[in-house]
Every structure is written in structure tokens, then in C-alpha cells.
Design a protein around this ligand. Sequence first.
Ligand code: ATP
Ligand code: MG
Ligand code: MG
Ligand code: MG
Length: 562
Amino acid sequence: MRQSMTLIPTLREVPADAEVKSHQLLLRAGFIRQTASGVYTYMPLAKRALDKIEKIIREEMEKAGAAEILMPTLQPAELWQESGRWDGYGAELMRMEDRHGREFALGPTHEEVITAIVKDELKSYKRLPLTLYQIQTKFRDEKRPRFGLLRGREFIMKDAYSFHANQESLDLVYDKIYEAYNNIFSRCGLDFRAVLADSGAIGGKDTQEFMVLSEIGEDTIAYSDSSPYAANIEMAEVKRTYERSTEPERSLTKIETPNQKTIEDISSFLEVKSEDCIKSLVFNVDGEFVLILVRGDHEINDIKVKNILQAESVELAEHADIEKLLGCSVGSIGPVQLPSEIKIYADLAIQSMVNAVCGANEEGYHFTGVQPERDFKVDQYADLRFIKEGDPSPDGNGTIHFARGIEVGHIFKLGTKYSDALEAKYLDENGKAQSIIMGCYGIGVSRTFSAIAEQYNDEHGLKWPKNIAPYQVHLIPINMKNEEQKDLAESLYQELLQQGYEVLMDDRIERPGVKFKDADLIGLPIRVTIGKKAADGILEVKLRNSSETFEIHKAELLATIA
Ligand code: ATP
Ligand code: MG
Ligand code: MG
Ligand code: MG
């Protein structure tokens, strides 16, 4: 490709609203442009890199026995009502109406659609197992789109769904896909780790996430220093929300409620005075305050709330009244039973609450009468939320350390959650109708692309790994007005193309400084410069991941870059 014929709008300045390296560099190197909040255009270079990631994904998915399909983005509300997620998915679901007033969602995921398809087409055990996948644009109205492609509202996902007659078959396919994911992220050159995860809104039991290790990751991982043990600490969401709320410019103490008491006053008052209130927390969620009380038993709530507010001698029974008085949202959770483990449950419940408030997709959240298992999962990982740096690893090997991670993949054993809801059944050997057992497997394709950019860069720009780089070779004739340089560049360009190389030739009439700065920003693995020594057939080669430059004769080029 000739640079004059494509569009690579590089920027010298760091865009003000881009907080993280990958976002900054993808903008500056002309890979992406923002079209709306959390919505991006993939410019020509990004498109090529994404195609490479998708090719790797397709190869590994096919190897794991999955067949590609393409489902619609536009999904009828009825399907989501059947699964219970039309209401349960919450504000993240992008909804719309057609001209006849029929409701639709723009797919954030495709369990409903695929289950409905399979229900009609897979009637017999003889057709199982089956794994289908697609690569497609997804929509999620994220409350806080951020970090460019890392958390978009429109993004590219690979999602796969498997269907089985029994658990053993699901286990086998799950393991195959686990292996495929390891291959995919390795081939992408990523430093990643598979971790135990929480099943969240999709439901189901066994689940693992693939985390790219990065300081800017939104998840916290606890891992053992001497075994493969690693798990996601889901409490990180709560911690982060709390951390944000104490940023100086948005300090809680600075903001006063209508009754002139600060939220922090109320919070600490509550901690001290209300023994029956297991826990209280105040969060600043995008400038909106949320006070959360976790109650110890049924009767306590209203009395305690009165206690908190006694200073004002206001009689209050309803949440709405409390909210009015405090000028913030108030939620309470309880009763929380099982006294010995009460703190864990309280924290889990708070997390669910915060997720609900933050717009994370929580299904069937209950504000009162919280029950472990029904309202949140209780298992070995629950304890992890209280694990500290240096504690013994739960698997008995080594000690625990923490790291930040970017979730690029997530695999689930769903069981019969969706097949039950949509009545997707197959007939077994005895002609008896059984619910189809399912698994689902996601990869954030555009997020993976951005995560690679996050891991591969230096102070000059991006440094793409060979497998992902939009082109392998950047050919740079320094002076396009010099016939010798121009001709040599043209002949090398043709030769490299013939040899199967992907080449970007900077045929622009620009100053050398501009060309080199752009080349560093764009970050192709091999740079070949054609300058003053063109008449002697001498070229300059520089590898993006080394600072060295060396001269070669044009006859040595192919051997040098092979
Ligand atoms: P997160 O915890 O980051 O919100 P998720 O758990 O909601 O992600 P899944 O439902 O597991 O996401 O979706 C599968 C994959 O899609 C994720 O592992 C992630 O790589 C990607 N993904 C999810 N949300 C986004 C987003 N807003 N922007 C880009 N990629 C995303
Ligand atoms: Mg999410
Ligand atoms: Mg997640
Ligand atoms: Mg996930």
C-alpha cells in the first residue's frame, strides 16, 4: 500500500481525553477515530490488524471444532423476555423500536438468539455436541465507556456457544476452547493469565477469564507465586468505586447534603452508632451519592435509619424520604444470615448493589431478603475477597500476590440456564426430551487489539508484534523528488510484494523527520529507508524493537528481513 493512497492521520500531540497509552497511541498513530462516546471508527491500519487477530481466532476456533455463523445484531425483545433478561440485563442493553412500535435490542451477547435457533434445529442427541461461533459487533451501553477500545459501547466480539447431551461432553469442549484461547492470546504476543472468575450476569458455574497483565487493567487478580493458581478478585469493582470517590477534586467531605451534614459524617455516624448495621458504605457514582446499608436482621432497617437521622429528629420510614433528606440514593440489603460468615456475604451483597447502581448487568437482584446462592454465588472464591498480599495460596502452593488485568476472554459452563428458559430440548436415546447443556465463550476482539497496543509500545510509539502488525515492512524513500530514490523504492516495493510481504511505502512528499516520526508512531516491525546512497543500491534497515540501524546492499534485503 502506498501511504498517499490510504488514510493514516497521525497526531503529534497527545489527545487530552485519552488516559492510557493504547488509547493515546492508537489515536496518535491514526489507527482509530472516535465517532461518539465509546464508539470508534477503525481506520485502515486498525482494520488490517483486527483482520489478523480475527484470522488467528478463526484458525484456532476451527481447530477446536467450532463452525462459524453470523447472527443478527437486531434481536426481538420477545427472546429477551423469554430468558428474563429484557428486564434483568438493565441499562446496558441498547433498546429500540421499529416503525411499528415493536421492541428490539442491539445484541450485547447472543445466548438467546443461538438457543432459539438450536431449539428448532437440534432435535436429536445424534446432532450433539455442536459448537458455533461468530465474530460480530456487539452493543453495550456501558455506564463509563473508557480507555478507547478497551471499554466501548460498540465493540467487536468473538462469541461461541456449545451444545451438549451431557456434562462430560461440555467438559471436553470447554477444555478444548480453553486450549484454543491459550493459543490465540499467545499468537497475539500477549502476556496473559487464565484466572478463575465469577459467573456474573450470564449465569452458570464453572468459568474462567483470560487476563492480559497490565497496570491499567480494571480487574484485580490474585495469583500464587509457585503454582498456576490465579483468580479474579471481584471486589475490585467496589474498591475502585470507593477509590474514585476519594479523589481530591470530588472528595466526599466537600459535598454537603441538603441538611448541611456531609455524606461522610453520616457514614461515620452510622458506622459507630448502629451495631446492627453490619456495614455501611457511601459511594460517589459519577457524582451521584449512594449510601448502602447492610442490615443484620429484618426489623432493624427503619429503626436504624431513624437512629442515623436522630440528630435531625426526622421520622422516616421510606427509602424515598431518606433519599430526599440526604440528597442521595439509599439502598439497604438484608437480612443477612449465617452469622459466622456474615462479613463475606455482606461484602458480596454490597458488590451486587454497587454493580446494580453502576449499571453492571445483574439479574434478579433483590434489595431485601438477600439469600446466599439465590442472590449471589457462595463458593471457595468468596473467601478470596479478603485475601491479602503474602497470604498462603488457597491451593496450598506458594503465597498470593496481586496484579491488574484486562479481561480479553471469558469462558463459561452455562448448563441449562438458557435451554430451560427457552425450552430448548433434544430427544435422548430413549426418545425422552432433555434440556440441552450449553457452554459459551467470548473474546473481546477490539479489546484484545487495544491490549496488544497497551503491551507493545515505547516513548516513540507503537511496536507491533509481527503476527499483528498491519504491514511487515515500512519502506521509506526519504526524498520522493529524487529519481534514484523513487525508482529504487518502487522496484523494492514491487519485489517485496511479489515475495509475499505486506508493505507500506511512504511515498508522500514530506520532510524526513515527519516520515520517521510517523513510522515510529505506527510501529511496523521492519523499516527500510532509501536515502542518499540509493545510487549505490545501499539501504538502511531498522527493526522497530531495536535502536540499531544498519546498512545493507539492496541485494541483501530479502535475506536480511526473512
Ligand atoms: P467487563 O467485565 O470488562 O465488563 P464482561 O465480563 O462484561 O467484561 P463478557 O460478557 O464476559 O464481558 O464478554 C466477553 C468479552 O467481551 C469480554 O471478556 C471482553 O473481552 C469483551 N468485552 C466486554 N465488554 C466490552 C466492552 N465494553 N468493550 C470492549 N470489549 C468488551
Ligand atoms: Mg461488562
Ligand atoms: Mg467481567
Ligand atoms: Mg466477562
